[in-house]
Design a protein around this ligand. Structure first.
Ligand code: F6P
Length: 489
C-alpha cells in the first residue's frame, strides 16, 4: 500500500486514539524574525524540521521547541503558543525560552561540541564540559516541565526528536507513568568504541532506555545502540525482539528511514511559481542556459563533506580541462553553529578554498564555483533543484540526508543525476545514484565526469528507479510505520 498524506490522515485517529500528540525538538519549525521593520517568518533547513512539519500538518497536536527567533516572543499567546504554519495554521507551536548561558551550554556546548562529533565520528574531537552538561540537564528538565504542563491530566504520546533531548524520556516517565514516549535519533548512533569515551554515557543511556520505542534511520545504528547497551548497562538485550529491558521496563529498538513529502515537492517543482523562481535565480546569479549545473545544498558543517567536494571539483578541472566554461558548481551553504570554533574555522577555510579554486580555473567569463550564502526560501530551493542537472551530496558521515531525497522528488522530468556519498544513511536505499567516497579525490572527480556524461536514457532509467524508491518510502510512510509500531507495542 502506498502511504499518502490522506492515508495518514485517515488512520491517525485509529493509531493514536484519544491521546494528544506532542513533538519535542530543539529546533522549531517556524522562526519569526524582524525584517525591514516587519515581522516575517522563515523555515529552518535541518532534516528534522523538513521531515516533521508535513507530518504535523496532518496529525495536528503540539510541537514543543526552543524559540530562537528575535521576533518569536512577539507573536505567541499567554501560553507561549502560536498556530503554524503562520499563514494557515494547522497545529500549535509551543515555544520554550532559553537564556544565553542555557543556549551556550546546552545547544552549542553539550549537544554540538560533545554529542554531534561523538555520534558522527568525523575526526572532530568531542569536548565534554561539566558546565555544558549541567546546562544540558537544566534544559532537558525545562522541556519536561513544559510538556507536562501542556499534557495536564490528559493522555498523551510524546515523540522526542534527536540528540539535544536525550534525557527527556526518563524525565517525563518519572513524573507521569501513563505517558507513551518514543525517541527518534536523526543522526547516526556510533559504535561501542566511539561511545565508550563519553563520561556521561550511563545517564544518557538511562534517559533513552526509559522510552517505549527508540527509532534510528538504519539497522546498523540500531545494532550499534544495542551493542553499546550490552557493554555499558546491566540490561537484558533481546536480539530476536530487538528490545532492551532495563530496570523492569522494556523499550523496542527499530529502524525507520526518514524521508520527504515526495508528492508535494514533485508537484511544486512543476508549478508556475517554481518556473518564475527558476528564471529569477538564473537572472540573479547570471546562470547561462548552456551550462551543465551541479548543485550542492548543505549547512556549513564538517560532517557534510563540503571541503572534500570543492577539492574534488578542483581535481575534476585539473584532470578534464575540456570542461572549463561548460560546467558550473553551485554550492548553497547556510551558516550554522558559528559560536563553535570548528564551524567558524571551517567557514573560513571554505571561503579561502573556493576563492583559490575559482582563481586557479576561471576564465574571463566563467568561474567554476558559485557559492550562495543567502537564506533561500523553500520556493528558491526547489527552483535550484530544478536548475541542477546533477546534485552532489557528499557527507563524510550522515544519519540519512534529505537533500538527495528532495532533489529526486523535484525531478519529475527525470533530467537529473545524483552523486551520493556512501557514508549517508540514504545510500542504503538509493540504488541508482552514482556513489562516491568523499575522502578519495580521484574517485570523486571521476564520479563528477560520469554524472556529466551519463547518456540520456541511462540517466532517465536511474532517476525513474530513484523516484520509485522515494515515492514509496515517503515521509507519511515513515510516520505511519512509526506510529503503528508504537500502537502495536
Ligand atoms: O538532520 C537533522 C539535523 O541534524 C538535526 O538534528 C539538527 O537539528 C539539524 O539537522 C540542523 O542543525 P541545527 O538545528 O543545529 O541548525
Amino acid at each position: 500500500m502506498l502511504w499518502t498524506k490522506q492515508s495518514l490522515k485517515d488512520r491517525i485517529q485509529d493509531i493514536i486514539g484519544d491521546r494528544m500528540l506532542i513533538i519535542a525538538s530543539n529546533r522549531e519549525p517556524y522562526v519569526h524574525i524582524h525584517k525591514e521593520g516587519k515581522i516575517e517568518y522563515i523555515q529552518p533547513v535541518g532534516g528534522a524540521v523538513t521531515a516533521l512539519d508535513p507530518v504535523m500538518k496532518v496529525c495536528k497536536g503540539t510541537w514543543v521547541a526552543y524559540g530562537s527567533g528575535n521576533a518569536d516572543k512577539e507573536v505567541v499567546d499567554k501560553k507561549n503558543e502560536v498556530g503554524v504554519p503562520p499563514d494557515n495554521p494547522k497545529y500549535k507551536l509551543r515555544r520554550i525560552w532559553l537564556n544565553k548561558d542555557e543556549e551556550n551550554g546546552y545547544y552549542y556546548g553539550y549537544s554540538n561540541k560533545a554529542m554531534w562529533p561523538l555520534c558522527h565520528m568525523a575526526y572532530t574531537r568531542p569536548a565534554f564540559d561539566e558546565v555544558d552538561w549541567a546546562y544540558y540537564k537544566i534544559v532537558n528538565k525545562k522541556f519536561a516541565d513544559t510538556i507536562l504542563n501542556v499534557v495536564g491530566n490528559k493522555k498523551a504520546f510524546v515523540w522526542i526528536q534527536d540528540y539535544h533531548l536525550l534525557l527527556l524520556g526518563k524525565l517525563l516517565k518519572e513524573k507521569n507513568k501513563n505517558l507513551l514516549t518514543a525517541h527518534f535519533l536523526h543522526i547516526p548512533w556510533p559504535n561501542t568504541e566511539a561511545f565508550r569515551i563519553c563520561p556521561q554515557k550511563r545517564e544518557i543511556l538511562k534517559g533513552l532506555l526509559a522510552n517505549d520505542l527508540l527509532g534510528f534511520h538504519i539497522r546498523y545504528h540500531c545494532a550499534n545502540f544495542m551493542e553499546t547497551v550490552k557493554l555499558e548497562m546491566e540490561a537484558r538485550v533481546d536480539t530476536e525482539k530487538t528490545s532492551v529491558t532495563y530496570g523492569g521496563h522494556e523499550v523496542f529498538i527499530r529502524a525507520f528511514p526518514i524521508s520527504v513529502d515526495f508528492e508535494e515537492i514533485s508537484d511544486a517543482a512543476q508549478s508556475k511559481d517554481t518556473a518564475k523562481a527558476v528564471k529569477k535565480l538564473k537572472d540573479e546569479f547570471s546562470i547561462n542556459d548552456g551550462l551543465f549545473v551541479m548543485a550542492g545544498l548543505d549547512r556549513i558543517d564538517y560532517t557534510k563533506g563540503i571541503i572534500e567536494k570543492v577539492r574534488a571539483v578542483d581535481r575534476f578541472f585539473e584532470k578534464f580541462p575540456e570542461y572549463k566554461g561548460k560546467v558550473l558548481f553551485i554550492q548553497k551553504g547556510g551558516l550554522s553553529r558559528m559560536h563553535i570554533p570548528e564551524y567558524k574555522n571551517l567557514n573560513e577555510e571554505l571561503n579561502g578554498l573556493v576563492e583559490e579554486v575559482n582563481w586557479k580555473h576561471s576564465t574571463e567569463k566563467w568561474a567554476p564555483i558559485l557559492f550562495i550564502r543567502k537564506h533561500m526560501t523553500r520556493k528558491e530551493i526547489i527552483a535550484l533543484y530544478k536548475i541542477a542537472d546533477a546534485c552532489i551530496v557528499s557527507p563524510v558521515h550522515d544519519g540519512m540526508n534529505l537533500v538527495c531525497k528532495e532533489y529526486i522528488a523535484a525531478k519529475k522530468d527525470l533530467n537529473g543525476a545524483l552523486i551520493l556519498s556512501r557514508f549517508t544513511g540514504a545510500a542504503r536505499e538509493l540504488d541508482g545514484a552514482i556513489f562516491v567516497n568523499p575522502y578519495s579525490r580521484e574517485d570523486f572527480a571521476r564520479a563528477i565526469k560520469k554524472a556529466i556524461e551519463l547518456p540520456r536514457a541511462e540517466k532517465q532509467k536511474r532517476m525513474r528507479r530513484l523516484r520509485s524508491v522515494v515515492k514509496e518510502n515517503n515521509i507519511y510512510k515513515w510516520a505511519g510505520k512509526f506510529l503503528e509500531e508504537l500502537k502495536r507495542i
